[in-house]
Design a protein around this ligand. Structure first.
Ligand SMILES: *[C@@H]1O[C@H](CO)[C@@H](O)[C@H](O)[C@H]1NC(C)=O
Ligand SMILES: *[C@@H]1O[C@H](CO)[C@@H](O)[C@H](O)[C@H]1NC(C)=O
Ligand SMILES: *[C@@H]1O[C@H](CO)[C@@H](O)[C@H](O)[C@H]1NC(C)=O
Ligand SMILES: *[C@@H]1O[C@H](CO)[C@@H](O)[C@H](O)[C@H]1NC(C)=O
Ligand SMILES: *[C@@H]1O[C@H](CO)[C@@H](O)[C@H](O)[C@H]1NC(C)=O
Ligand SMILES: *[C@@H]1O[C@H](CO)[C@@H](O)[C@H](O)[C@H]1NC(C)=O
Ligand SMILES: *[C@@H]1O[C@H](CO)[C@@H](O)[C@H](O)[C@H]1NC(C)=O
Ligand SMILES: *[C@@H]1O[C@H](CO)[C@@H](O)[C@H](O)[C@H]1NC(C)=O
Length: 398
């Protein structure tokens, strides 16, 4: 019954700090048109409500005209019929209710000053309307209702639409996404590489998608239950990496990045905050684990957290670093940027991606760290010191 609706989380967070919305609006904004994918209908690759899937494409130019950046949109999940029925009536489950023009900023910006490494690439935003990080393949139907759980097919249909537009001849490519979209990159990374020329440089980036398999403060495996029900409802298991599902006693755990990661062979970059606000409020301290509201004030204002609560948050950070340790140690071509900010999605907003007062580790912005890694300019494995040492954060919680 847990609804994990990120749209709502964002709204709350942004009302806490309204200046964020304002500063977004003041910038010169690039708005990009929506493209529906009619050919998706043939393979049943439809949004929850049966509408056509869509993407937004801004063409590359100059030296970037053969390079492609694909970005999965995020926005939580729906893991039972009720939450999926609700979602099907919103922009999270239907292209009918989506904005037809999307702002391209941060890593999607076309301004060389603001996005030095990717501004002239072909840049695509894949709209999210399946509720399962583009991995489902099932249909629910009874006399009154049909719900399409077709994320995997939507991914395939969009790729097939883009291949003849130039993606099929890409020289360089990066598959990215944030939140539920960041999770999608783990599950489609190697598959993405297979569609592209064998001599292309293909890499993947997850932003705020490293959802941890962690017990909540009441010691319940809340996130495990949530993902397990999602995997069952939307028929996901068959689409997870077979080497992972064969190796694990509970194959649905492969939906968690920390188990899937070692089976991915394409070069990978993990951008995440060690105190990701979504994970804080939905994995570590979900409402169901805090019935008496002991964490209510701490969740709204970090200055109100008790010493014990800060300890609990530090423990979460250490567990995340622990889960990332094999990747840190063993992945030669991998990169990471794990900062200590109360943030969620730092590559899509200009002010957190690249700017004078953007978040930094060792004086490196996220844009620089990812660019250094993508173009092999330098090793890029940055881990921040623990909260509250980092003064460069753009925290979503005051
Ligand atoms: C929007 O995109 C469609 C194709 O998806 C195109 O036919 C239409 O001309 C575009 N509109 C504008 C104003 O760019
Ligand atoms: C690019 O961004 C810079 C810095 O914000 C700004 O001064 C410049 O006008 C922008 N260029 C374009 C073409 O929008
Ligand atoms: C069909 O399923 C939905 C979702 O579970 C439910 O709300 C509805 O009552 C069902 N309709 C019939 C006719 O069983
Ligand atoms: C890959 O090979 C094709 C065909 O030989 C060639 O046209 C293309 O330039 C190569 N791409 C890269 C990135 O080297
Ligand atoms: C644990 O979390 C799951 C998912 O939220 C929930 O269904 C279950 O009731 C919880 N168990 C306990 C003991 O709180
Ligand atoms: C599984 O591992 C084998 C051997 O390492 C590899 O050849 C194969 O491509 C992998 N399969 C997947 C789905 O990653
Ligand atoms: C940090 O980097 C900026 C350029 O991005 C540079 O101007 C500044 O001197 C650097 N600071 C330190 C302490 O190295
Ligand atoms: C590479 O990274 C190291 C450590 O962050 C730094 O000291 C060095 O200056 C970087 N080199 C280049 C060429 O950027």
């Amino acid at each position: 019954m847990i609804k994990m609706n990120l749209a709502f989380a964002f709204l709350c967070l942004f009302t806490v700090e309204p200046w964020r919305v304002c500063s977004q609006q003041q910038q010169q904004r690039l708005l990009v048109n929506m493209t529906l994918v009619p050919s998706a209908r043939a393979s049943g690759a439809l949004c929850l409500d049966g509408s056509l899937p869509a993407y937004h494409l801004h063409r590359g130019f100059g030296a970037g005209k053969d390079n492609w950046l694909l970005q999965f949109e995020g926005g939580g999940w729906c893991n039972d019929l009720k939450s999926c029925l609700d979602r099907a009536k919103t922009r999270r489950g239907s292209t009918r209710y989506m904005t037809k023009w999307e702002v391209f900023s941060g890593i999607l910006s076309n301004n060389a000053t603001l996005n030095a490494d990717f501004y002239n690439w072909n840049r695509v935003k894949l709209r999210y309307c399946d509720g399962a990080s583009f991995t489902g393949d099932a249909v629910f139907t009874n006399k009154t209702t049909t719900l399409h759980f077709k994320g995997q097919k939507i991914w395939e249909a969009i790729i097939r639409d883009l291949l003849p537009l130039g993606l099929g001849k890409a020289r360089k490519a990066l598959l990215s996404g944030c939140s539920a979209g960041g999770l999608a990159t783990f599950h489609h990374c190697d598959n993405f590489a297979k569609y592209l020329p064998t001599n292309a440089s293909v890499k993947c980036l997850s932003d705020a998608g490293f959802f941890l398999d962690e017990r909540d403060i009441s010691l319940n495996h809340t996130m495990r239950y949530n993902f397990k029900s999602l995997v069952q409802l939307q028929g996901i298991e068959k689409n997870l990496n077979g080497n992972c599902t064969r190796a694990l006693y509970f194959p649905d755990l492969c939906f968690f990045p920390q188990y899937a990661l070692r089976y991915i062979s394409t070069p990978y970059f993990i951008l995440n905050s060690a105190y990701d606000v979504f994970q804080f409020s939905h994995i570590l301290v979900p409402p169901s684990a805090d019935m008496h509201g002991h964490w209510k004030q701490c969740k709204a204002n970090l200055a109100e957290c008790t010493a014990d609560q800060i300890d609990t948050l530090q423990g979460f950070r250490l567990d995340m670093l622990g889960a990332l340790r094999p990747f840190y140690m063993n992945s030669r071509r991998g990169g990471m940027f794990i900062n200590s900010c109360f943030a969620h999605c730092q590559s899509e907003l200009q002010e957190t991606w690249f700017g004078d007062d953007s978040p930094r580790i060792n004086n490196k912005t996220i844009a620089e760290a990812i660019g250094d890694w993508y173009f092999s300019r330098n090793i890029s494995k940055e881990i921040d010191c623990a909260y509250p040492c980092d003064a460069t954060c753009h925290n979503l919680i005051p």
